[in-house]
Design a protein around this ligand. Structure first.
Ligand SMILES: [Zn+2]
Length: 91
């Protein structure tokens, strides 16, 4: 992996990533988990990310993101254990 590239972890809050993109004047940033790039987040994605939440079926941990996390940050369950939590209308 290249340390010169700015990256974020899958556990990063969407709001923190948005600030990073603005501060660094970049449009997208790779998401790294355990040394592997698991995705790319762009400013456009963040709009969807902020409104999307996944819930771990094992421990109930909510994780915001366009895609389910590679691993549950709380119980280490795999991404298959995450179900999309639709935001209630008007939330
Ligand atoms: Zn979990």
């Amino acid at each position: 992996m290249t340390t010169a590239v700015i990256s974020v972890s899958a556990q990063c809050a969407a709001d923190d990533i948005r600030h990073l993109l603005v501060d660094r004047r970049i449009r997208r940033v790779p998401v790294v988990q355990e040394g592997r790039v698991v995705g790319i987040v762009s400013r456009h994605d963040l709009v969807a990310v902020m409104a999307t939440e996944w819930v771990c079926q094992v421990c109930g941990e909510p994780v915001r993101g366009e895609h389910p996390p590679g691993m549950c940050p709380k119980c280490q369950a795999t991404s298959e254990q995450f179900v999309l939590q639709e935001q209630p209308p008007g939330a």
